[in-house]
Design a protein around this ligand. Structure first.
Ligand code: PEP
Ligand code: MN
Length: 264
């Protein structure tokens, strides 16, 4: 298989508009769960840039559990992301939720995010596989490591080898945390695949207090980077405020993980 260490021994390094993910580079993608407004997004962008992130995250198309919850600003949101890139130099990673919107999201983003709920949307995987955009493939809520790597294989088999995996927690019987962050998957993926892997401690725990410790643990486990939700005012976030870091806590997290990354 194309994803396997047998196929390729050396670690893959994915180049996203000049920023490298994999190898000895610590990649940090941070920003709000959703793009809510121009002000909210630009504020978030300056905050995460200042703290040392290289990527701005933020959903313009939101796969919400309830159809009555905020669904995202769609193309207007993508335009705000592009403006934030212009103003900060941050690279943009944002979710694409269906095959039809791959062209419009690709026109604005540096990296296409495939969300957990879409990890086995094989049509979407094949469609992004036919582009040359780097892809961030989040682990399905109930996907085994093998199913996840097969999803990556779908993208690579179409010719797009620029795939980065993201462990974001899986469903277990535990309810205190939103998901159970499976850090053993990081070590396992490193063993059996050459693809870079990052950790999302925000969706992985659902609680902001657990995000810094799990970010540190993710890097210590060998992850190539992090995806973290940060909001200028988490209490007022339209989605995932409970798991979003304040600017101050994100700054602390960055200082901590840089130290750990240096000794890894
Ligand atoms: C996200 O990162 O915006 C998101 C919706 O996460 P997940 O797909 O992991 O639930
Ligand atoms: Mn979110």
């Amino acid at each position: 298989k194309l994803v396997s260490r047998e196929f390729k021994q050396e670690d893959t390094v994915v180049d996203v508009s000049g920023i490298l993910i994999g190898g000895n580079h610590l990649a940090v993608m941070a920003g709000p769960c959703a793009v809510e407004s121009r002000d909210q997004l630009l504020q978030s962008a300056f905050i995460v840039k200042e703290a040392g992130a290289q990527f701005l995250r933020g959903g313009a198309y939101k796969p919400r559990t309830s159809p009555y919850a905020f669904q995202g600003l769609e193309e207007d949101g993508l335009k705000m992301l592009a403006e934030a890139r212009e103003k900060t130099g941050l690279k943009i990673v944002t979710e694409v939720v269906d095959a039809e919107s791959v062209p419009v999201v690709s026109a604005y983003a540096d990296m296409l995010q495939i969300g957990s709920r879409n990890m086995q949307n094989f049509q979407l995987l094949k469609t992004v596989g036919k582009t040359n955009k780097p892809v961030l493939l989040k682990r399905g809520l109930s996907a085994t490591i093998n199913e996840w790597l097969n999803a990556a294989e779908y993208i690579m088999s179409e010719g797009n080898y620029n795939v980065v995996l993201c462990e974001r927690g899986i469903r277990t019987y535990e309810e205190y945390t939103r998901n159970t962050l499976d850090l053993s998957a990081v070590a396992a993926v490193k063993d059996i695949s050459h693809l870079p892997i990052i950790v999302d401690p925000s969706h992985g725990t659902g609680r902001w207090k657990l995000v810094r410790p799990m970010a540190r643990a993710g890097i210590a486990a060998g992850a190539d980077g992090l995806m973290v939700e940060v909001h200028p005012n988490p209490a007022e976030a339209l989605s995932d405020g409970k798991q979003s870091l304040t600017p101050e806590n994100f700054e602390l997290m960055m200082q901590e993980v840089k130290i750990i990354a240096k000794v890894m």
